[in-house]
Write a protein of this length. Structure first.
Length: 541
């Protein structure tokens, strides 16, 4: 095993530091400090920017750790978790893939799909083509799933030669949608749009737009066709207005049993228990209403298997007989990546490390007694659920639901981190944050394998982790494609009342945080109510 470890670490470390100088420590004194705040060492940080509600927001966590036998002892850990602020959301949403049976001609407003099992409720769901096939206009959504698997659209097909048979489409799992033809006015009816397909189910959803006050929702459907009234009057009249329906209320909030939008996710505790036939049980999945109609995929599960009904922990699948025959446990994925999900080419996280490298593992380095440190940086790319890479350094924590894996890959070694969706207590098991939130879990970072042994004068270890607010692929998506307000990777939730939340970083080698438990390893972020101010209110601290 030691020889295998040597083959992994040496090329990894050499490749990582090849472009950077290996420099001596400033002095022979060891680092005896531990923490992630500027009060510990200049530049250390646990914060994000911008932190204001409704913002796409970049996360940075930069810490130093004692690796000396002096002081508090060795604080370096290869297994750790960043417990993000509770007012932060990572990419939200899921999709269902469907395929057309025949050419869809120009100006058609419907087509026949090959399979629409459990899709009856897919009304007012955004639809886009896969792979950039032209023909679906921006802000197009499904208005009805009719007999014979007929998919009806709010807008006509625009491709002059039509859309070829066998084209794949993504239909979102949310009725959040936008139109660009709204007429707004102070009196009844206050908002009208021939393309919005307003229904009674829209009552209570948010409405956002240039002439719409913040916090506005749909109250009733008036008698006028294609029109609704609002709880707040528009600030002025206007035509051909862009409005978003459901974007801030019921759009990316914490999933409950009856509302909100679930995200494509991989869970690893699925079992087929005795009881109702054709079901799969998972405590981690927390099935919600918007899971109905989504595909369930994984080893041992039939390829075309969809959620037809659900309780919090049990999904009934369709068609009959598609559930696994054996009890499990199973690792399975709910839904397909949505149109605005990051792609596998997206860089989403950057990590920098400074540490004393052991010449026994990395030949040519100064001796450990010299107390020198080397620095390197590495980029992490996104993997959507259903395409995760496992292994000793990339194992999803047990009993969790992951909405993405962040992969760090070199020519020799691969390791991963997981974006985990954590339910609120008492369902959630995070001892640091009781509210619904997201964790960034690093199950086994291999850089610690190359460290010099801890001595009284060891210089310590430092690292910086940065998570991007959005990605290159999401930024390139044309306006109006996919579900509105879901192209960001990490963002703060919309709010008019402010928030007070705390993030943590914990060492998880011996459980849910043993060494990193002082105030230097958490950061409270207070966002006051009112309009945003341009400052670094949640910076280094």
């Amino acid at each position: 095993m030691h020889r295998m470890r040597l083959r992994w670490v040496v090329p990894f470390a050499l490749a990582a530091i090849g472009m950077l100088a290996v420099v001596p420590s400033a002095d022979a004194a060891p680092n005896l400090l531990n923490g992630c705040k500027s009060g510990t060492t200049p530049g250390a940080e646990m914060g994000h920017y911008p932190a204001w509600p409704g913002s796409q927001s970049y996360l940075r966590v930069a810490c130093i750790f004692n690796h000396s036998t002096a002081g508090s002892g060795d604080f370096v850990s290869s297994t750790f978790t960043i417990h993000d602020f509770a007012n932060v959301r990572y990419h939200n949403g899921a999709a269902r893939t469907i395929t057309n049976t025949a050419l869809i001609p120009l100006n058609a407003v419907n087509f026949i799909a090959t399979d629409c099992t459990a899709m009856a409720a897919f009304v007012n769901r955004s639809i886009t083509t896969v792979g950039g096939v032209a023909g679906i206009a921006t802000r197009t959504f499904v208005t009805n799933v009719g007999p014979g698997c007929q998919i009806n659209l709010n807008k006509a097909v625009t491709a002059p030669l039509g859309i070829p048979a066998g084209t794949s489409f993504l239909v979102e799992n949310s009725s959040v949608r936008a139109v660009a033809d709204a007429t707004v006015q102070a009196g009844t009816p206050q908002v009208c749009s021939p393309n919005a397909n307003f229904t009674a189910a829209d009552t209570g959803l948010s409405v956002d737009g240039t002439l719409i006050p913040p916090g506005t929702t749909i109250t009733v459907n008036p008698s006028a066709a294609n029109c609704v009234d609002l709880n707040n009057a528009p600030t002025g009249p206007g035509v051909n207005q862009v409005i978003t329906i459901g974007g801030t209320l019921d759009g990316g909030t914490a999933p409950t049993a009856t509302a909100s939008v679930s995200t494509t996710r991989t869970v690893n505790d699925g079992v087929v228990a005795a009881g109702p036939p054709n079901t799969i049980t998972s405590n981690a999945a927390r099935f919600v209403v918007t899971d109905i109609g989504l595909r369930v995929s994984g080893a041992g599960i039939a390829p075309a298997c969809y959620i037809a009904a659900r309780t919090n922990t049990v999904a009934t699948l369709a068609p009959a007989g598609c559930a696994p025959a054996n009890p499990g446990p199973y690792t399975f994925t709910i839904g397909d990546p949505s149109a605005t999900a990051p792609t596998s080419t997206d860089t989403v996280l950057n990590q920098g490390v400074q540490l004393p490298l052991n010449p026994a593992l990395v030949p040519g380095q100064p001796p450990c007694t010299a107390d020198t440190a080397a620095g390197f940086g590495i980029e992490g790319t996104w993997l959507n659920p259903g395409s995760f890479i496992g292994g000793a350094f990339a194992t999803q924590p047990p009993g969790t639901r992951a909405i993405g894996e962040i992969l760090f890959k070199t020519a020799v070694i691969t390791y991963g981190a997981f974006v985990l969706e954590i339910p609120a207590a008492p369902i959630g098991t995070d001892p640091t944050i009781g509210a619904y939130h997201f964790n960034l879990a690093f199950p086994n970072v291999p850089t610690g394998l190359a460290l010099c042994a801890s001595t009284a004068t060891s210089p310590g270890l430092g690292f910086s982790v940065g998570v991007n607010a959005t990605t290159a692929s999401a930024a390139a998506i044309p306006t109006g494609q996919g579900r509105p307000a879901s192209a960001q990777l990490r963002s703060t939730t919309a709010s008019t009342v402010g928030s007070t939340t705390t993030m943590f970083i914990t060492d998880d080698v011996n459980g849910g945080g043993v060494k990193w438990v002082t105030p230097d390893f958490n950061r409270t972020c207070i966002i006051p109510a009112g309009p945003p101010v341009i400052n670094f209110v949640c910076g280094d601290g």
